[in-house]
Ligand binder design. Structure first.
Ligand code: MN
Length: 355
């Protein structure tokens, strides 16, 4: 049996949510979580660790490569297969070139596929590294595993037009037992137990909602079994606050603080205000942003106008025609907003009530 861990898109060196108070801490946490993965392998060793590109967010510094290599030295029984992705591509002057890796590390130097046998194991890993930020040729589609008995893995980064386009069907039929993908930050099993994007190790931006981590798997009797292991120290979450007619700024702030406390103060929230508010209530979304790790507040509330009553009252006036125009159709969210902003503007400007 072969046990392995597959991760990708760690993006060491990246500082998420630049400009927000927690950004620097997040940069540290990306390193720390990678270190935790290595520490957990040290405690419970696996045979192979596949790192499918973009370990670094940009060109690694020499001292950063030394730190990573030191971490690799702490898991000498694990064979590590490492490739450079489009973010940390091997530039002409990259410190990746000629770097003296530990003996348990296979680093793919070339931009053309190479198959390497794992020391002491019947494991064959095919991979390459990016030497350019973009590669538009489908370098993976025609590959097939070497004709040896064992566990055949393809380490592959990309899958969009500018980063080695992939024909998923061709890859699925290629004969590899497992295709360890990287590049797409949302975890996705393209093909169950066979072809998987583990996603980024830590969420890197506000749209990386939900859990993040790595894939753990085993190859036994010709079959692969995998499971996703959530490992990130925080997550981005959507927090919907329902506003009512009796809501006020303060009541909303209290509600949000409670919700954040319940769901974890470390997580980072995208807050969405929904529901109806009293027409005269003004909400200040920016004040909510100061009360937790809030990266964005979307105000989708609408004032609780009684449209039918307004229409009766303002029939034959500009306000009436304005309302009638919108009432006739199914309104999109934008039209809904336009309707209410419009009414508010017209009414607040002291529109005469008489005919
Ligand atoms: Mn990438």
């Amino acid at each position: 049996m072969i046990r392995f861990i597959h991760l990708a898109d760690v993006h060491l060196g990246f500082a998420p949510d630049r400009g927000f108070p927690w950004s620097g801490e997040r940069e540290e946490e990306i390193w720390e979580t990678f270190r935790r993965v290595i520490a957990s392998i040290s405690k419970n060793p696996v045979d192979c660790l596949f790192i499918a590109g973009d370990l670094f967010h940009r060109q690694p510094l020499l001292r950063e490569l030394k730190e990573v290599n030191y971490l690799f030295s702490t898991i000498p029984d694990t064979r590590i297969f490492l490739m450079a992705g489009n973010h940390d591509y091997i530039r002409r002057d990259s410190f990746y070139r000629g770097f003296p890796w530990e003996p348990n590390v296979v680093f793919y130097q070339e931009e053309k596929p190479l198959t390497v046998k794992a020391a002491g194991l019947d494991v064959y890993v095919t991979g390459l590294s990016y030497q350019h930020q973009e590669i538009r040729e489908p370098l993976y589609d025609a590959l097939t595993p070497v004709e040896e008995d064992g566990f055949h893995v393809l380490l592959a980064h990309g899958g969009d037009e500018k980063h080695i386009p992939m024909n998923r069907k061709a890859l699925a039929a290629s004969g590899f037992d497992y295709i360890a993908l990287g590049h797409i930050h949302k975890p996705e099993a393209v093909l169950r137990d066979k072809m998987i994007y583990p996603g980024d190790l830590e969420p890197l931006e506000r749209n990386d909602m939900g859990e993040r981590g790595y894939v753990e798997g085993r190859f036994e009797n010709g079959r692969v079994k995998t499971r996703f292991v959530p490992f990130a120290c925080r997550s981005y979450q959507k927090l919907v606050l329902t506003v009512r007619e009796d809501s006020t700024q303060f009541s909303l702030e209290e509600m949000m603080k409670m919700d954040i406390m319940k769901r974890g103060g470390r997580n980072i929230y995208k807050v969405i205000l929904q529901g109806t508010r009293a027409p005269e209530t003004l909400l200040f979304p920016e004040k909510l942003m100061a009360l937790g790790n809030v990266v964005e507040v979307l105000d989708e509330t609408r004032p609780s106008y009684d449209l039918e009553a307004l229409l009766r009252r303002y029939g034959g006036t500009l306000v009436g025609e304005y309302i009638a125009h919108f009432l006739e159709k199914d309104r999109t969210l934008v039209e809904e907003k336009a309707l209410y902003y419009g009414i508010q503007a017209l009414l607040e400007n002291g529109f005469p009530t008489g005919k």
